[in-house]
Unconditional design. Structure first.
Length: 259
C-alpha cells in the first residue's frame, strides 16, 4: 500500500526514542523527509543517522525542548511549512491527587496540551493554504479510561482532546486532517519507569510487576514501537481524508469499552 507521503516533510516531536522514534521510522520508510526533535543531542543524532542510512530520506535533527517557545521556534525554523505534524511529549510523573499543586498542573498543561496546540496553530494555516495536511497527536489511553496515578496526564491530555474535537472539524474542508493516537502500554522507558514505581510500592521485583500488569491485557504483552509507528504513518496517509477528530486506541484491548 502506497501511503502517498513520499517526498512530504514531517515534523516528529520527541522522536529520538520510544513511540516518537517508531513513528519517525515508519514515516521515513514511506519516503517522508523528517525534522526530528528531542532534548538530548546524542541520541537524537544517532536516530537521525540510522534513519538516513536505512531509508535515504532527508533528516534534520533539532535538539530543543519542544515545550518551550524557543524550542518550538527552532523546530519550525527548520521546517516552517510541514505537510505532517506528529505532536509528542513525555508525560508528567505519576503521583497522588493530594500531592499535586497548581504548579504541577500548569507544567502538565504546558507540555501535554498547550505545546501541541501551539504547534498546530503554527502549521495549520500553511496546510490549509496548500490544501493538504496531517496532524497526529500522540496522547494516551487515559483519555478514554483515566489512570488514577496519572492524574496530571489525564487532565492535560483530556484538554487537548477537547481542543482537537472542535479544531479538526474547522479545518477538514481544506484537506487538513487532525486525529489523536492513544497508546496503551508499549515497550518504552515511560512504561519501564511506571513498572519500577509499582515494584517499589508493592515490594515485588520489576519483572513481577511487569508480568502482573501485562497479564491484565488481552494480548498479554506490551506493544512495540514498530507497531505504533505503522499506525501513526497510516494516520498521516492519503487514505484518512474522511477520518476527522478521532481518538484511535492502540492498547491491545486494554480499555474495555463499546464506544
Amino acid at each position: 500500500m502506497d501511503l502517498g507521503i513520499k517526498g512530504k516533510w514531517a515534523i516528529v516531536c520527541a522522536s529520538s526514542k520510544g513511540l516518537g522514534r517508531g513513528s519517525a521510522m515508519a514515516l521515513a520508510a514511506e519516503g517522508a523527509n523528517l525534522v526530528l526533535n528531542a532534548r538530548t543531542e546524542g541520541p537524537l543524532q544517532e536516530t537521525a543517522e540510522e534513519i538516513r542510512k536505512a531509508h535515504g530520506v532527508e533528516v534534520k535533527a533539532i535538539a530543543a525542548d519542544i515545550t518551550t517557545e524557543n524550542g518550538r521556534a527552532k523546530v519550525l525554523a527548520a521546517c516552517p511549512n510541514p505537510d505532517i505534524l506528529v505532536n509528542n511529549a513525555g508525560g508528567p510523573p505519576p503521583g497522588h491527587w493530594s500531592d499535586w499543586e497548581r504548579e504541577d498542573f500548569l507544567a502538565a498543561l504546558d507540555a501535554n496540551m498547550l505545546t501541541p496546540i501551539a504547534m498546530m496553530k503554527a502549521v495549520l494555516p500553511g496546510m490549509m493554504e496548500r490544501g493538504w495536511g496531517r496532524v497526529v497527536n500522540i496522547t494516551s489511553q487515559s483519555v478514554k479510561s483515566p489512570i488514577a496515578v496519572l492524574g496530571l496526564s489525564n487532565s492535560a491530555r483530556a484538554g487537548l482532546t477537547g481542543y482537537v474535537a472542535g479544531t479538526s472539524r474547522q479545518v477538514a474542508h481544506a484537506g487538513v486532517i487532525i486525529n489523536n493516537l492513544l497508546p496503551g502500554s508499549h515497550d518504552t522507558d515511560r512504561i519501564a519507569g511506571l513498572d519500577n514505581n509499582a515494584s517499589q510500592q508493592q515490594g515485588i521485583s520489576f519483572d513481577e510487576a511487569r508480568a502482573a500488569r501485562q497479564a491484565l491485557n488481552p494480548v498479554g504483552r506490551d506493544g512495540t514501537a514498530a507497531e505504533f509507528g505503522a499506525t501513526c504513518a497510516f494516520m498521516c496517509s492519503q487514505y484518512v481524508g474522511y477520518m476527522v477528530g478521532q481518538n484511535i486506541l492502540l492498547d491491545g484491548g486494554g480499555v474495555n469499552t463499546t464506544m
